[in-house]
Design a protein around this ligand. Structure first.
Ligand code: TRP
Length: 343
């Protein structure tokens, strides 16, 4: 079981809640990752030899809004491809658990994908899922989701957990015999370094317990002609999403970054098999952040995110290293996106 240092009850909901009553867990709105402030996280990345910023900082309210717009962009094929694929396979995937199971989603910004699994019933008409545990760094999005689902999914217990799922997450208690399915859609696995992806998958395996199933959605495309526009769209929404990191540092961490002085860049790194996102400072510049100076050489970049695109054999090796077995594979008709069922 994960330790409880990194999640604690949401003060809005939890005090006095009876054991087993619906409650939420929250790491606290001003902390971007358990315990560390936005300023400390940002400074650690920006004072390194190669500048980086942790992707968890993307998801403030504006970041969440911009990310939602990315998923609707014509160039960004991932979300709609996965959505269609999930629509056609959700019944079969959900049927791999007995009725009354718990669905645990990692990185759940809204309930649309989970909803496709949650609606399924067994042959006797019993709901396959009785509880839904969405885990996400964005507390406000989770709270909105929980309110919506109280109306749209009566009878379903929704237990949101506000946490960075890269750290040990304490899952709400559930009866011993309850079946569990982990759900990690959106190719978010590709945003982790390969070793961190294996670490995540094995921690999830431990947290979900023996007998758990796991549904993993990931991008299979390695064609830069399709990928680069997907991460650098014509309307500039992805650029704005990337730049929002600096906007957030200006607002929350005493930064004075000139947003107009940075450019968004998406590059395909063939050797590493990943799309990289950078913020480039074309000119020499220095900025203040949390009382310190951050200097940029001309052309220096902040490497803000990776999106790895794993060939199936690589993914197979990673899930196996984390102790999972691949049970079933589904691909969309164009072979762009894969959903794997693990146990
Ligand atoms: N996991 C998705 C992807 O890699 C979504 C995503 C995460 C994303 N961070 C992003 C998309 C940054 C665009 C930019 O595509």
């Amino acid at each position: 079981m994960a330790d409880d240092r990194d999640t604690r009850p949401d003060p809005e909901v939890a005090p006095g809640a009876a054991p087993g009553a619906e409650q939420a867990f929250d790491t606290g709105a001003t902390e971007a990752e358990g315990g560390s402030s936005v300023a400390a996280l940002a400074l650690a990345g920006l004072t390194a030899a190669r500048k980086t910023l942790p992707p968890s900082l993307f998801y403030d309210e504006e970041g969440c809004r911009l990310f939602y717009r990315i998923t609707e962009l014509p160039e960004y094929y991932l979300t709609r491809t996965e959505f269609r694929l999930l629509e056609s396979v959700a019944g079969e995937a959900a049927a791999s658990v007995p009725a009354g199971a718990t669905l645990v989603e990692y990185g759940a910004s809204d309930e649309t994908k989970a909803g496709m699994l949650l609606r399924h019933k067994d042959a006797a008409g019993a709901s396959l899922f009785r509880a839904y545990v969405p885990i996400d760094i964005a507390g406000p999005a989770l709270r909105a989701m929980r309110r919506r689902m109280a109306g749209s999914h009566p009878g379903l217990t929704v237990l949101p957990v506000t946490a960075d799922f890269m750290r040990p997450v304490l899952l709400p208690a559930r009866p011993e015999e309850t079946a569990v399915m982990g759900f990690f859609p959106g190719s978010t696995i590709g945003n982790l370094e390969p070793s961190a992806a294996i670490g995540f998958l094995s921690r999830a395996r431990e947290a979900l317990g023996p007998g758990a199933r796991f549904l993993l959605g990931f991008d299979n495309c390695r064609d830069p002609a399709r990928l680069v526009p997907a991460y650098d769209d014509a309307q500039g929404v992805t650029a704005s999403f990337n730049l929002n990191l600096l906007r957030r540092l200006n607002r929350e961490a005493g930064g004075d970054f000139d947003l107009d002085a940075f450019a968004h860049r998406a590059v395909w790194n063939t050797k590493e098999s990943r799309i990289e996102m950078h913020l480039v400072s074309p000119r020499a510049a220095s900025y203040r952040l949390a009382g310190q100076t951050v200097r940029f050489a001309p052309g220096e970049t902040i490497h803000t995110e990776n999106s790895y695109k794993y060939p199936p054999e690589r993914m197979e090796a990673m899930v196996a290293a984390a102790g999972w077995t691949r049970r079933q594979v589904w691909l969309d008709p164009q072979g762009l996106f894969a959903i794997w069922l693990l146990d």
